[in-house]
Design a protein around this ligand. Sequence first.
Ligand code: F0G
Length: 460
Amino acid sequence: MPIPFVEPFRIKVVEPIKQTTREERSKILAHAHNNLFGVAAEDVFIDFLTDSGTNAMSDRQWSAMMMGDESYAGARSFKNFEKAVQDVLGFPHVLPTHQGRGAEGMLFQTLVKQGQSVPNNCHFDTTQANLLTQGANAIDLVVDESADSSSQSLFKGNMDLEKLEAFIQKTGAENIPLGMLTITNNSAAGQPVSMANIKGTAAIYHRHNIPFIIDACRFAENAWFIKTREPGYADRSVAEIALEMFSVADGCTMSAKKDAIVNIGGFIACRDESLKLKIAQKLIVHEGFITYGGLAGRDLEAVAVGLREGIDESYLAYRESHTRYLGDVLAEAGLKVYRPTGGHAVYVNAARNLPHIPPSQFPAVALANMLYIEGGVRTVEIGSLMFSHPDPVTGEELPAPNELVRFAIPRRVYTRSHLDFVGEVAREVVKNADAIKGLKITWQPELLRHFLAKLDWVEN
Ligand code: F0G
């Protein structure tokens, strides 16, 4: 009998986590200027801030780390790493970076010039920031239904192909140095992108001679969704689907901290050797030599093993059902859960749970903060604190398209009873939702303000 909902692993090492009182947490959060990024991890009971780099590694990964070759040039560990990327993603050329944003930075510094534009279904915050620091524009062209948290469509992370074509016509392909697609679409509630859409996006970019680069952070979860949701793929393996997805792209950036199930690492992979050699020159200045790119040999070994574990189908079946279970638990508690749930996270529509708080007072920050105060559960806002931006014409501050709270689930870390506990915390928060206040910013940095902003509760 297939039992996909059970953890396909057992626990060999444990890390104690600490319970604090509600009163202590209120003080801790106030001390952190009401910004959960400022709270010490040991003051968090269940940490859903991110699924990035927070994964539990397997015994095989830890064993491989002991075999790390720490040579500066030509390390054996690089060969293992390169082979895993070649086998799993199918690109011949591979450059390691310290994490995903390092890959983005190196790629954009090589290819993107001031004033140019890069389309994507949705750029994540670091991708957007890496383009902005080049003086370029990050253009999001996701399908409209991604903003509809109740639509049951199965691929709400898709690129809107009509919008993409129109954007290229209007902007001119000569002003678009590369085109991207993020799978799964983290900024659009972790929704997947269908194989048909990946191929459609590739065809448009290639018709205009624009290099097509995939943001591959959560490629394995995307491949799993294609297998289980897209007609014609049920009998194909995730490994085959992954290769098919990447076969139409010219390259990718990858944060290995996600679907390669490690704590640090990333890479750029591509088909064209001359592009690799151009990027390599930047890489050596900023990240490190081309056979380590800012990582230790042991980190490369962990990625090499983790990439293969990340496409294991019993793991992916568990991963998807685990996330769906949290979505069900939170919905039952009364939170407005984005449906269908994504691969790595559950997203809650805070604007619907807290309709009395306007976007200018950050309803998703308010909800996230109350989940922490109530039960020590740390989540992250993906709303107007993270993504509001000035209107290019009027300069007026525009809210983000959605006010979401993301419960990002570290891989292989929490059990079902942890998820049940989070449901209880959510139930308490929902009970008193009407009394929750909004927040205002008292200080913010110029870029990526959500990480460092200081906030205060708004008094009525
Ligand atoms: N692209 C996407 C889609 C991401 O989700 C992230 C990171 C990156 C690029 C950058 O990778 O962190 O290794 O530099 N997302 C994390 C998150 C931080 O919490 O979603 P990185």
